[in-house]
Write a new protein. Structure first.
Length: 231
């Protein structure tokens, strides 16, 4: 096996494991939880921890669209963080890709879509690297290719379905979770890990035990938990 990046899954969740307020893209943690008394007071601690994570951030086009990247018109300040964005549909348009290129140290756009809008910007953005897969993204190969680029560590902040794929494939090494003092509920509301449920005992190998590395009680009833994944 080739060397790959060391990957940490970093997210905020409610006590019942929800990473969204509800089951539609109109509902969003950043926007909605900041309005809830008893939750909004300590939410800043998640963003403060986020500022201390790795300088390479792994996310999805869907999440970027949800937070309004496609509607940004002002030129952003160039940052020190590189982004790895998985986007097949696509969720990002030319404006969104252009904004991320301007904001990122380097943008790795990972897709199976040969008509992705990013291709129209390939010759105009010297920090855009499009990584194309034919049918399905090979995440083991992707993290090996990022390692070959000199990247050692990646912070993953994707959605529940992709999180499940990465965890069950043995590609997540640590989990850093901020638990908000909140119960959300809803069987269709996204959780830390979604994806296909297990159906038989032969699939129990997909379960990933954890070793607690650190537990910190934060202000306003928040908790930060860091685990090593025993792959």
């Amino acid at each position: 096996m080739e060397k790959r990046t060391y990957n940490t899954l970093f997210l905020i969740e409610s006590l019942d494991g929800k990473i969204s307020p509800g089951d539609t893209d109109q509902l969003d943690v950043d926007k909605d939880w900041s309005t809830i008394p008893g939750v909004k007071e300590g939410l800043h601690q998640y963003y403060e921890l986020e500022q201390k994570t790795d300088l390479v951030s792994f996310n999805t086009g869907r999440v970027m669209e949800k937070v309004g990247i496609n509607s940004h018109r002002k030129t952003p300040e160039k940052g020190s963080v590189s982004f790895v964005i998985v986007d097949n549909k696509p969720h990002l348009d030319e404006t969104g890709v252009s904004y991320l290129c301007q904001k990122s140290k380097k943008l790795y756009l990972v897709t199976t879509n040969k008509n992705h809008p990013a291709y129209k910007l390939k010759n105009d953005s010297d920090n855009l690297n499009i990584i194309k897969y034919d049918q399905q993204i090979d995440f083991q190969d992707l993290f090996e290719r990022l390692s070959e680029e000199g990247i050692e560590r990646v912070t993953v902040q994707s959605g529940g379905t992709l999180n499940a794929t990465l965890v069950q494939s043995g590609l997540i090494d640590e989990v850093l979770i901020v638990v908000a003092p909140l119960l959300v509920g809803g069987k269709d509301t996204s959780t830390l890990m979604d994806g296909e449920s297990l159906h038989k005992t032969s699939e129990l190998q997909n379960l990933k035990p954890l070793k607690l590395l650190e537990s910190n009680t934060l202000d306003d009833s928040y908790v930060a938990l860091r685990y090593k994944v025993l792959n």
